[in-house]
Design a binder for this molecule. Structure first.
Ligand code: CMC
Length: 432
């Protein structure tokens, strides 16, 4: 609720005069918003449909109420269920964060044990899904494999269609969080032509993912604790980000009451694009294309000329700094102590330095976002570039599911169905 609101959230009214008719209207303001449906009473005649809001890309339209994540883009604030990301990132496991996002509170010791057991009991995937992954060409993008494999899970769990049953919902949530790393690692190993390394339930969520990625001939894989910690932090930082493109997709598909596998597969597809979760992959490709620090000024000149965008810069919501980017930069230093410093880091730091002092980036409020440094860390850890959006998807899964469930339980939610402004032909007839 906005500051200065009454207890019911109401803050007064908006007086509107329609210059076409001279009529005035009073629209209630609640929680800093008017209901665009209230505009429909504003008509020029009885058969007028009524005024609509036009907001392509939803730049100023709240699509739902949510209690999960709070962002203040101007101040660089990100909170999960009220907790600042800076307090959570370093101190909590990804599974604790998943529990927090889904249930509203951090788990106590007993709840965390039960939750962890539930997840570790569902990390294996059906052998047929393995064969399904086998069907992909060796150079298939792992994100394409993930989108398909998550969608295919829907066919293995037909009960998941009963989205109004809380226990069944919970089971699918557990399955999805548990199986995403397995699907992701299997997609990687398929592309590499390696045998599939099965989950090790003794390891942490992040440690098990590293095990499924890297285990070779050893009987027991031991993740490097610093890399395991770094991956945990990265997953936590990606766990939710309110109504972004993929989360809105999750909610939209969920609003048709499709099962959660179908909805999450659609969310992964939305994440795949280079302007969203695919940006971390593009940042790396950009830094590799720049090649040396000397080439940066010319690259920046071409960005400013509108030839292409500086990937990993800019955000729809953050217009000052992205708090996740600051935290990730710290993790990068820890990782490089283990892996050695990547030469791409020097290019990234110089790109950042030049851009932050440049009028174009300052006036457009463009700052490094979460994806600017995450890719450099992943690469240092030995994770191939194509896997970066897949890692984003693993991290975002609890957030997607929390929003999916919140949407289903919201009495105001109906099937998502925006309006359009039609600009096509008037009625015309086929030539006789
Ligand atoms: N490089 C150069 N110019 C940019 C960039 C950029 N990265 N981002 C925005 N601009 C310019 C854009 O050209 C436009 O300029 P003008 O007003 O002069 O025409 C202005 O800034 C506003 O751009 P916009 O596309 O209207 O901004 P948006 O809020 O719709 O887009 C964004 C947000 C993240 C898609 C965009 O900043 C972008 O394309 N960034 C690069 C891709 C990227 O890093 N994406 C990851 C986002 S963070 C992870 C996630 O949550 O997905």
């Amino acid at each position: 609720m906005a500051e200065g609101s009454a207890a019911d959230g109401s803050e007064g009214t908006l007086q509107v005069t329609d210059s076409r008719t001279g009529k005035s209207y009073e629209l209630p303001i609640v929680d800093g918003a008017i209901r665009t449906l209230d505009l429909r009473q504003i008509k020029t005649s009885d058969d007028d449909f009524g005024l609509m809001g036009y907001d392509p890309a939803f730049q100023n339209t709240a699509s739902c109420r949510s209690t999960i994540t709070y962002i203040d883009g101007d101040k660089g604030i990100l909170r999960y269920r009220g907790y600042p990301i800076e307090e959570l990132a370093d101190s909590r496991s990804f599974l604790e964060i998943a529990y927090l996002l889904l249930n509203g509170e951090l788990p106590d010791g007993d709840r965390l044990r039960v939750w962890t057991d539930e997840i570790t009991n569902h990390t294996f995937i059906h052998e047929s899904i393995k064969h399904f992954i086998d069907g992909f060409h060796h150079d298939a993008h792992p994100m394409g494999m993930l989108v398909s494999a998550v969608g295919a899970l829907s066919t293995f769990y037909p009960e998941s269609k009963q989205i109004r049953d809380p226990e069944i919902r919970h089971r699918q949530i557990v399955r999805l969080i548990a199986k995403m790393p397995t699907l992701a690692a299997f997609a990687y190993r398929h592309a590499m032509g390696l045998y599939y390394a099965y989950p090790d339930d003794d390891l942490s969520y992040a440690g098990n993912f590293l095990n499924m990625m890297w285990r070779a001939t050893e009987l027991k894989y031991q993740p490097n604790p610093i890399l395991e910690h770094a991956l945990n932090v990265l997953l936590v930082l990606h766990a939710d980000h309110e109504q972004n493109c993929s989360t809105s997709t999750m909610r939209m598909v969920g609003s048709s009451e499709a099962d959660p596998y179908a909805a999450l597969s659609a969310a992964c597809a939305a994440l795949y694009g280079p302007l969203h979760g695919g940006a971390n992959e593009q940042v790396l490709r950009m830094l590799q294309a720049i090649g040396t620090v000397d080439n940066i000024p010319d690259y920046i000149r071409r960005v400013k000329a509108g030839e292409f965008r500086l990937m990993g810069f800019g955000h729809r919501v953050y217009k000052n700094f992205d708090p996740r980017a600051l935290l990730i930069k710290k993790v990068a230093e820890q990782v490089f102590e283990v892996t050695g410093r990547s030469p791409l880091l020097d290019i990234a730091l110089e790109v950042e330095r030049i851009a932050l002092a440049d009028d174009y980036f300052i006036s457009h409020k463009l700052y490094p976002n979460v994806d600017f440094y995450s890719g450099i860390i992943y690469l240092a850890m030995g994770i191939p570039v194509e896997m970066f959006p897949v890692l984003f998807a693993i991290g975002r899964t609890p957030g997607w599911l929390a929003h999916w469930e919140e949407g289903l339980l919201d009495p105001e939610q109906r099937i998502g169905r925006p309006r359009q402004l039609y600009g096509g032909s008037e009625m015309r007839h086929l030539a006789k």
